[in-house]
Design a protein around this ligand. Structure first.
Ligand SMILES: Cc1cc2nc3c(=O)[nH]c(=O)nc-3n(C[C@H](O)[C@H](O)[C@H](O)COP(=O)(O)OP(=O)(O)OC[C@H]3O[C@@H](n4cnc5c(N)ncnc54)[C@H](O)[C@@H]3O)c2cc1C
Length: 341
């Protein structure tokens, strides 16, 4: 079997690469070529035209579902580093959160323990507990694979929305993010009004570290640890629907659960956001399985690789059953948050 080929001192190319340790769903898939870049300056030197196509840029593999072997090149920008507001894209995002908290700097503390790397934080617009990446990103540096040059990207041009950005739409496949500059502040800016954080925070002077520790404790109770059970986090996006549609759902829910029942929801620009987890649970999917795939019992928004040997087909089969059932019951089409590659 061919071994890694060192194209330059900082680029490693591995043919027929096993991606199973590199995706948190633990799908047993391979790519034709895996390229690990550990020096930004090597990007221009890479022989781009010789790479098997398509080229897919991967971070920590925590929001991906590989549907099978990938026929092209999977490229990882593996430069890491901590110590300032500008962070190389391959740095684990939670390492950055830990560093900021240790320096008593405010900004990313509510995003603690979200898996993945800093580069992807700017692609995904990761969010949790009332904060989204877009709130704390000041600048992005990237390699433009089309123009073959480095560019500085203004976050104002990134069309950030709920778990989305221009990197996922019009710019899909164009940029390799090489560093992200975050806004960090010495001024206390606690955001406590989401997900029970205020109640859980101890009654002592609030610091970024305290919020970080509180959020980590809340998350550990709810979400599967990717080290123990394969998943890609929330599998579906929460849908936003019209007021009229929401009233129909309330009617159905009261028929199912009694006249005093209240449907969880949040008013957002453009309509009403209804938690997909609530709908999935109402449809009886908590703990439902398809082969090795399972709707997670603690948080039905998450599909897990319960057996450790689930196949992409089993995950997708369960996903489709959830989508079809919810559409039939509520007239809502759920869209996956997890990227299918
Ligand atoms: C247990 C668990 C909990 C989670 N909780 C949350 C949560 O609370 N909130 C939330 O928002 N997400 C959550 N996620 C999802 C996931 O952590 C985020 O989407 C994260 O940003 C993915 O980072 P990654 O480095 O693993 O990216 P990947 O999954 O590898 O890639 C995601 C996307 O980013 C692109 N990308 C990655 N790196 C680069 C780069 N350097 N340049 C250009 N494009 C790049 C990829 O092409 C892909 O399109 C959770 C996931 C798990 C497994």
């Amino acid at each position: 079997m061919p071994g890694p080929d060192r194209a330059s001192p900082m680029i490693t190319k591995t043919p027929s690469y096993d991606l199973s340790p590199r995706n948190t769903f633990r799908m047993k898939v391979k790519c034709a070529l895996y390229v690990e870049v550990t020096e930004e300056a090597d990007l221009p030197a890479l022989d781009w035209d010789s790479l098997p196509q398509p080229v897919f840029v991967m971070g920590g593999g925590s929001n991906l579902l590989f549907r099978g072997d990938f026929p092209g090149t999977v490229l990882h920008f593996g430069v890491t580093g901590l110590g300032s507001a500008t962070v190389p894209a391959g740095t684990v995002f939670d390492d950055f959160c830990a560093w900021a908290a240790s320096e008593n700097l405010w900004g990313p503390e509510n995003l603690s323990l979200i898996p993945g790397e800093c580069g992807a934080s700017a692609v995904q617009n990761i969010g949790a507990y009332g904060v989204e990446a877009k709130d704390i990103i000041a600048g992005i540096r990237a390699w433009d694979m089309l123009e073959r040059k480095f560019v500085d990207i203004d976050p104002a041009d990134c069309q950030y929305g709920y778990r989305t950005s221009r990197f996922k739409t019009e710019w899909k496949g164009r940029f390799i993010i090489t560093s992200v500059t975050y806004k960090l502040s010495k001024e206390p800016k606690p955001i406590l009004d989401y997900g029970g954080v205020r109640k859980a925070v101890p009654d002592v002077p609030i610091t970024p570290q305290l919020i970080r520790d509180t959020i980590i404790a809340i998350r550990r109770k709810k979400l599967p640890d990717p080290e123990e059970i394969g998943s890609a986090g929330s599998f579906f996006c929460n849908p936003v629907i019209s007021k009229e549609h929401f009233e129909q759902i309330v009617k159905t829910a009261k028929e199912d659960n009694g006249p005093d029942y209240e449907v969880p929801h949040y008013e957002v620009p453009g309509g009403i956001k209804v938690p997909a987890a609530w709908m999935i649970e109402q449809c009886g999917f908590k703990g439902a399985t398809n082969g090795g795939a399972q709707v997670y019992h603690n948080q039905p928004l998450v599909i897990v690789n319960a057996s450790g040997n689930a196949t992409p087909e089993e995950i997708i089969g369960l996903e489709q059953r959830v989508i079809d059932t919810i559409y039939t019951k509520y007239g809502i089409t759920l869209h996956p948050e997890v990227e299918h590659v």
